[in-house]
Design a protein around this ligand. Structure first.
Ligand code: N01
Length: 876
């Protein structure tokens, strides 16, 4: 950001405990907290006064898009009482006044050097301090360097040829003249239809004689319905301010709200309409983003909301062609930040306002007189750029920052930012970021996130001082674990599909990574608190207090798996092992009845095959019409500890495997314990494989292309069938896909100690299964514990193991033992998954890529290319 004019202070060389860059919401509160700690601190800001984003963005119509009752500090109860917001969404001048008052109440200005830009920050390893320099020649040494420089503070350049040629007036919404602009009688162009454009266009239209809006991407916007601050919220606040603020801190977005569990895809048309209209009338971003619980992850649900907003746009705009051009269709609703407007779409009904759709006629260049598009030359008196920001990383990278060994921050972040909790980055000790990339920041009510970050940093500095540490820095492991978690959270949403500034897509050459943390303010706060309560897990701290490193990863479970576990814990179900086999089966069946059905396949038929103890029911899934076959066949065995499960229990998973792999899947319902104990299930499995092999052609299979698959105990009998087939000299099995298989009975491996409690399949339940299935004396038989058998000459294997599964280590051991025996093995690690989560098709979205790998392994078992498989990317 260029420096604003102001009285030039004398250059100084000084020492402080901390330097804070930025004097907006975060910088001011950080300075306040540093004072509370008794630390000396210096603030710098390029602006001539406090305010941060609210100092610069003075364009007409600039307001916040979070209700101002919530967009406020909570740390100062007196300020809260003293300040009454005049509107639901306050204007920029009012918010700036509020920040001035906050600064004055605490005398913060005296600590801030205004009109001064920090240009470099270098970590001195000998001194264990940062050396900071500014554009005014200051040189400051400090222990802590705190970037409170905002997420949207570096304007993006216009990137349009000839931008410097224009002879008329040029304005950027992000650097608006303080004295305001009078457009009366002028021909004005606005380029850009993000929040800044959408807020300013209706007001510019009031003055301009002609207004032409150049739109590259239409944006979703809903009416703000601005007015007085909502009475209901004011009452809530005055009745129980602390309770309200507490609820905000532990909410998903930073505003108290009851999350819905209504799914767009299953709700009735009436419910959909009613919920949408209520959110539309409320005029709040989080409301419209939360009409349905699944609209952020499910394209069909998202389309319902998006479609209703497009309906509203068509109703608001008179000219059908203009209306259509204003309807966003290239991104899912919410994946680019939606806007709140006041009369935006209606502005296009004014006779002097025109929309130019840059998708149809792109801008070729800016000329001295105006703008040339592919179709037309326009003349203007003024051009307004509302073209956005180098978001989230721009301000951090604008300073020349070097850490340990001269490592530059921009070099480290060339592939995309990497942080621990969005607060710190490895190699840069004592450098803190307020609302940095990898934190909820721009997806949340910023004031709540800012206070949480500042409080965390202040607590961290206090703890360091108390324990005698001078430096703190995340470990590489902790940081990569957090980065992975941030990516995992984004990957299950629709966000990565959009070319948004959240993805860095608006700045040419910027790496495309989802920048903020989408797991929620509450989940994030919990992670930060857990880091502290675990002795600053993931940090190295040094000083006279010693050299302490608590290495580790704070969150490694897939976010949707964690959510399912939380929901299940909330149901208070009795532990399975306390039930009779019959009651446990009934519980499983009840759960199966209410889950999503899994993908469509061409045909599903039930039948029976002869088994050693009577007929065995089976269900056949065909990937394409029979006359489009034949296909390879996979004989599948369901999970359930040899006690539970049936043809229905693994139905969605079988559909998924069939649709993804293009193989016919024959799911076999073998005999169960305790009614039929060991080795009944294993015998049934082998018999089923023999029968399918003998009937390959009539089942629509390709002779010689037969594989087995199974999950859990089904994996056990699938591989045992391979042992038996090898020993019997046939049938020939092309491969075995074993998903979290049981392959031994000891239950002694570390994964039992790590994961034996809390992840659905527990040690106690596993013991219950074994007790039902086999006598202790039988459990060493290779038909019960195949890991103990002869593994030579078994079919190629794909073994899937899940991180949070007690069976993980025996699966890994089996993969290693097969490999040692010369069997080709592929080991798929289901990162962050539990024993059961991969089978939750349509619920646990993060399981989809793992199931795609399974299907790929099945396809690899068969020599010829498989026909009929659908694109994996189309299956959730
Ligand atoms: O910026 P933006 P913004 N030629 O990046 C277009 C917050 N905010 O300043 O989408 C032609 O959203 C660009 O087109 P495209 C809020 O978080 C909040 O409006 O890249 N067009 C887009 O239409 C917001 O999301 C409030 O195809 C070009 C626009 O310019 C964030 O700040 C108010 C172009 C930029 O939209 C950023 O908002 C204001 C080119 N060369 C801002 N380059 C509140 O309400 C870019 N565009 C609180």
């Amino acid at each position: 950001m260029t420096r604003d004019s102001g009285t030039k202070p004398a250059a100084v060389s000084a020492q402080f405990d901390a330097v804070v860059v930025g004097a907006g919401f975060s910088g001011l509160y950080m300075l306040y907290q540093l004072r509370q700690l008794g630390m000396s601190a210096k603030g710098f800001d390029a602006a001539a006064d406090v305010g941060g984003t609210w100092y610069w963005n003075r364009y007409p119509g600039a307001r916040c898009d979070i209700p101002t009752t919530d967009y406020a500090y909570s740390f100062d109860p007196e300020l809260e009482k003293e300040w009454i917001w005049s509107e639901k969404y306050a204007t920029q001048p009012e918010i700036l006044d509020y920040l001035r008052l906050a600064a004055d109440r605490h005398g913060l200005r005296s600590d801030i050097e205004f009109s001064t830009t920090v240009t470099s920050a270098h970590w001195d390893e000998g001194e264990n301090r940062w050396k900071i320099t500014t554009d005014r020649g200051n040189e400051i040494w400090c222990r802590y360097y705190i970037m409170a420089s905002g997420c949207l503070s570096i304007p993006k350049s216009a990137e349009i040829e000839g931008a410097g040629q224009f002879a008329g007036q040029v304005y950027f919404t992000s650097q608006w003249p303080h004295e305001g602009v009078d457009f009366t009688g002028q021909r004005v162009a606005v380029i850009g239809t993000g929040s800044s454009g959408i807020q300013s266009i209706p007001l510019i239209a009031r003055q301009a004689s002609q207004l032409t809006v150049f739109q590259r991407t239409p944006n979703f916007s809903i009416p703000a319905h601005n007015g007085p601050a909502p009475a209901e919220r004011l009452v809530q606040l005055s009745d129980d301010r602390d309770g309200y603020r507490h609820a905000a801190r532990w909410s998903r977005g930073g505003i108290p709200a009851e999350p819905t569990d209504v799914l767009g895809v299953t709700a009735s048309e009436d419910v959909r309409r009613e919920r949408f209209e209520a959110a539309w009338d409320q005029g709040e971003l989080f409301g419209i983003l939360g009409v349905f619980a699944d609209q952020g992850v499910n394209p069909d649900s998202n389309d319902i909301v998006a479609g209703m907003i497009r309906e509203k746009i068509r109703l608001a705009v008179d000219d059908p062609e203009t209306a259509e051009a204003l309807c966003p269709k290239d991104h899912y609703f919410g994946t680019k930040r939606p806007c709140l407007d006041t009369g935006y779409f209606e502005t296009y009904n004014l006779p002097h306002v025109r929309l130019v759709d840059l998708r149809k006629q792109p801008i070729i260049r800016i000329t001295e007189e105006g703008i040339d598009t592919a179709d037309q030359s326009f003349e203007f008196d003024a051009i307004v750029y509302a073209t956005g920001f180098d978001a989230m990383t721009g301000a951090l990278a604008a300073v020349d920052v070097t850490g340990r060994g001269g490592l530059s921050l921009t070099e480290k972040w060339a592939p995309g930012p990497s942080t621990y909790l969005g607060l710190m980055t490895a190699g840069f000790p004592n450098l803190f970021m307020i609302t940095g990339p990898g934190s909820p920041s721009v997806l949340s009510n910023m004031t709540v996130s800012i206070e949480q970050h500042v409080d965390w940093v202040a607590g961290c500095l206090r703890d360091m001082r108390d324990a005698g540490f001078d430096t703190i820095e995340p470990t590489a492991l902790a940081e990569s674990g957090w980065d992975e978690h941030v990516r995992d959270c984004a990957a299950i949403t629709l966000h990565p599909t959009a070319s948004s500034w959240y993805m860095g897509a608006n700045v040419p050459g910027k790496p495309r990574v989802f920048l903020p943390y989408i797991g929620g303010v509450n989940a994030y706060r919990q992670a930060c608190d857990d880091v502290v309560s675990q002795g600053y897990l993931g940090f190295r701290r040094t000083g006279r207090g010693g050299d302490q490193c608590r290495d580790g990863v704070i969150r490694s479970m897939q976010p949707d798996v964690a959510m399912v576990l939380e929901i299940m814990a909330g149901l208070g179900l009795p532990p399975m092992e306390t039930l009779s086999a019959g009651d446990a089966r009934a519980l499983m069946a009840a759960a199966a009845a209410i889950r999503p059905p899994g993908p469509e396949v061409a045909e599903v038929t039930d039948g029976v095959m002869p088994g050693p103890g009577g007929d065995l029911p089976y269900r056949l899934y065909r990937p394409a019409a029979a006359d489009q076959g034949p296909h390879p066949i996979v004989v599948y065995f369901h999970g359930g500890g040899w006690v539970l499960g049936d043809l229905d229990s693994d139905d969605p998973l079988c559909r998924d495997l069939c649709a993804r792999s293009g193989a016919v899947v024959v799911s076999v319902n073998y005999r169960h314990a305790p009614e039929a104990r060991f080795p009944a299930a294993a015998q049934d499995a082998f018999t089923a494989v023999q029968w399918v092999d003998a009937n390959t052609v009539s089942l629509g299979g390709i002779p010689g292309q037969l594989a087995v698959a199974g999950w859990s105990a089904g994996g056990n009998i699938a591989t045992v069938a391979c042992h038996l087939a090898r020993d019997a000299g046939g049938p020939r099995i092309a491969g075995q896909l074993l998903i979290n298989p049981v392959v031994e009975s000891e239950m002694m491996r570390p994964s039992y100690a790590e994961n034996g409690d809390g992840y659905i399949l527990t040690t106690a339940l596993m013991r219950w299964f074994w007790d039902h299935y086999a006598d202790p004396a039988e459990r060493g038989d290779p038909r019960a514990a195949p890991l103990l058998g002869n593994l030579a000459d078994l079919p190629s294997a794909c073994i899937v193991t899940a991180d949070f599964d007690p069976l993980r280590d025996e699966g890994v051991a089996y993969a290693r033992a097969l490999d040692a025996a010369g069997v080709p093995v592929r080991h798929v690690r289901a990162r962050g998954h539990t024993h059961t989560s991969l089978t939750m098709v349509g619920i646990v979205i993060s399981g989809a890529p793992v199931r795609a790998q399974m299907a790929g392994a099945l396809a690899d078992f068969f020599p010829a290319p498989v026909t009929g498989a659908v694109s994996n990317s189309s299956i959730g």
